[in-house]
Design a protein around this ligand. Sequence first.
Ligand SMILES: Nc1nc2c(ncn2[C@@H]2O[C@H](COP(=O)(O)OP(=O)(O)OP(=O)(O)O)[C@@H](O)[C@H]2O)c(=O)[nH]1
Ligand SMILES: [Mg+2]
Ligand SMILES: [Zn+2]
Length: 303
Amino acid sequence: MLAATGLEIRCSLRGKIKKEYELKGDKLYSIDIAAVGDNVEYEMNMDGTGVISEILPRRNHISRKAPKIKGASTRGERLEQIIACNIDNLIIVSSWNKPKFNNRLIDRLIVAGESSHINIIIVINKIDLDKLNEVTYWSDLYKGINYKVIESSVVKSEGLDNLASCVNGKVNLFWGQSGVGKSSLLNEIYPRLKLKVGEISNFSSKGKHTTVTSLMKRVEEDTFIIDTPGMREIDPYGIRKEDLGHYFVEFSKFQNECRFNTCTHYHEPNCAVINAVEKGLINSERYKSYLNILESIESDMNF
Ligand SMILES: Nc1nc2c(ncn2[C@@H]2O[C@H](COP(=O)(O)OP(=O)(O)OP(=O)(O)O)[C@@H](O)[C@H]2O)c(=O)[nH]1
Ligand SMILES: [Mg+2]
Ligand SMILES: [Zn+2]
């Protein structure tokens, strides 16, 4: 826990909180009671540790479905894993290569951010590895649907000032695959952090999960950052298939024109979204991502 003084205090949860939580039935949905970014009340023990006595209401939170546990029963709804709470910016970090640029994953992270109404910034890092200048296509795509996009390189010191000014004065969640450079970017902007960074020598294209737990740090008076471990799987939590289209912002001006108001823009006749994709008014890669997430929502409903 991070105290107002800036001191980090190791805390446990008071038993009463756990009991109340179980009584409310929240235990059925979420795998964590307190999460990174929560504001809490606490009391100090004699030995310098603390006990959290209350978790204050959250202004927002961002989550995913907890990963499927190998060997576990496939019955039952997957639980919610809260990634962070009370945040201003979701900084989606991707890399052009090593690991290879993955627009499907970016679109999944966007859905998680949009469904929590959190401001989104997309970072495409390692542009020093983009020899053919292919990144532009993707940055233009996301800029075209009104997202802030920052192309960056830690190696060439590019995009760092731009990123620093977005982060300043805010609570920022850095989220993305392992190995894309989340911790490296943070170290460049705030050298005092000295976060652990993956070694190049034994770095595989999948990343190797150098950061193992989410950590919130106060880097300036009113600037906070949360560095998270890389995640391979992001299934946005609690999204109904008829709502998914709302989190693809460029669908909004078309979907009111669909014949059915419960249209999932997949197989329905007279679908204005499909029509817009065919006319090139909606990017087909984004539409493929939409179908890809729709399919994961449907396959989970079978449990
Ligand atoms: N070529 C290149 N390599 C980079 C860049 N940024 C980071 N790297 C390298 O990418 C590797 C992974 O960087 P990390 O900062 O550990 O990545 P991460 O996203 O924090 O990874 P996890 O903690 O595992 O989630 C390291 O070897 C970095 O040196 C960049 O802009 N260009
Ligand atoms: Mg890291
Ligand atoms: Zn439709």
